[in-house]
Design a protein around this ligand. Structure first.
Ligand code: NAG
Ligand code: NAG
Ligand code: NAG
Ligand code: NAG
Ligand code: NAG
Ligand code: NAG
Ligand code: NAG
Length: 368
């Protein structure tokens, strides 16, 4: 038995392990998503605040299962990398596929058959290379049955194999592979395929936000993206991913650069979980950080930071907005770096912070 552990055996085992445990060399991810409908031009992104930028979203064709970019997005997407590298030549870019407004059933149908997965994989790599992205990001929201989770895992395994093969045959640096996932390691009790995620992805973007909003939680104000102390919180989700066996260095914490507005029933009862009656602004109550700062200054709103929950909120009259200001962002980034040893953070979305980069600066300087 021990006589078989010769030096050549040990060396080839080591080389095998090195190949298996592909290393993308990312030591930190300080990232944000950009999308054209934000009305904020990619050329105005202060890319020096980021290591990675996600360009959102490419689409999945419902009959060919190929990844495509709509004709209106084709110009800004194909020049995205060159555009954002003007202010930071080292910034890396990833093309995001799917997103919250795309149909999860199309992703489920794609992942369920080998020929469709191949069409997805081949077209995604071809598209990423022709548009000069450094990587790809899958935002399938969400695989929601055990079969879909298994197929998601198969897809990731095949994607990694194809990306490694493409790198080997072309001599180019392998594309980065990431995926945006639910806040916890299970989607309402359906487990994610941890092993395939661990073996195949450079990292996951954990969407640690949208816990509460007036659209689905109308009767009380609530912290939309609490880190702790609330019954739905980011720490519980991150901890579940680590407990499932995913290395902290494969986990990137999501930060919302937006919040949600509720309408208070009583203007004098304005704490967290105060009685409310649906959205305080518009239909869904969602407000970007810049809009919230404008609301505060225009209405001389009261602002509060609750460090236990890790949320900010503000109120004026019967309007109450829960959101992340610089204190919440800094506390979360410190949690990601120091408490949990994660790979980094990402924000949705960069355009909401464009008035003075306060949140992006707070995040970058807290990480150091
Ligand atoms: C962009 O970020 C850098 C790095 O933090 C900062 O020095 C610079 O002032 C920012 N630029 C603008 C226009 O805010
Ligand atoms: C999907 O691909 C088919 C075949 O190429 C094409 O006819 C169709 O227009 C595409 N669908 C969309 C929504 O682009
Ligand atoms: C995708 O498929 C085409 C046609 O079969 C092939 O030429 C190309 O090399 C493939 N690309 C990748 C990245 O596998
Ligand atoms: C490997 O990559 C080459 C070039 O990118 C492609 O033509 C070929 O089909 C790929 N093979 C597999 C098994 O994916
Ligand atoms: C909110 O309150 C209304 C009226 O009391 C009730 O019908 C509804 O079920 C509540 N919604 C939720 C999500 O609890
Ligand atoms: C923070 O919010 C929690 C949950 O609503 C509450 O129990 C606590 O009193 C708040 N802390 C402060 C300092 O307001
Ligand atoms: C809540 O809002 C709805 C719709 O605007 C209204 O019909 C209802 O009376 C309100 N309930 C309370 C308790 O204010």
């Amino acid at each position: 038995m021990s006589s078989k552990l010769t030096l050549p055996f040990i060396f080839s085992a080591l080389i095998f392990l090195i190949h298996l445990n592909f290393s993308s060399g990312q030591t930190v991810v300080k990232a944000a998503y950009w999308f054209p409908d934000s009305g904020f031009p990619a050329a105005s992104i202060n890319s020096s605040l980021f290591t990675h930028l996600f360009c959102a979203f490419a689409d999945l064709n419902t009959t060919t299962y190929q990844v495509t970019v709509s004709s209106s997005n084709s110009a800004p997407f194909s020049s995205f990398t060159q555009t954002v590298q003007q202010k930071n030549p080292a910034v890396k870019t990833l093309l995001s596929i799917g997103g919250g407004n795309s149909n999860p059933a199309t992703f489920a149908a794609m992942a369920s058959q080998a020929t469709r997965r191949k069409a997805f994989i081949n077209s995604s790599i071809t598209l990423a290379r022709s548009y000069n992205f450094h990587g790809l990001d899958l935002d399938w929201e969400y695989p929601s049955s055990t079969t879909e989770m298994t197929n998601f895992g198969t897809l990731l395994t095949e994607w990694r194999t194809a990306v490694a093969n493409e790198s080997k045959t072309t001599g180019k640096t392998a594309l980065l592979l990431a995926a945006a996932v639910f806040r916890s390691a299970d989607y309402y009790s359906i487990n994610y395929p941890f092993q395939s995620i661990s073996n195949s992805l450079d990292w996951i973007n954990v969407m640690a936000y949208d816990f509460y909003g007036p659209g689905w939680f109308p009767n009380n104000t609530a912290p939309p993206a609490a880190l702790s102390a609330s019954s739905v919180n980011g720490d519980a989700g991150i901890t579940s991913w680590i407990k499932a066996g995913l290395a902290p260095k494969k986990i990137v914490l999501g930060l919302p650069f937006y919040g949600y507005a509720w309408r208070l029933l009583d203007a004098n009862n304005h704490g967290i979980f105060a009685p409310a009656n649906g959205s305080g602004i518009g239909t869904y109550g969602d407000q970007g950080y810049s809009q919230i700062k404008d609301f505060i200054s225009q209405n001389a709103a009261q602002t509060v930071y609750n460090a236990t929950v890790v949320t900010n909120y503000c109120y004026s009259g019967k309007t109450w907005i829960g959101y992340d200001d610089t204190q919440s962002i800094s506390a979360k980034v410190s949690y990601a770096k120091t408490t949990k040893g994660l790979l980094g953070y990402f924000a949705w979305h960069v355009g909401a912070d464009s008035s003075n980069w306060a949140l992006s600066q707070a995040a970058a300087s807290t990480w150091g």
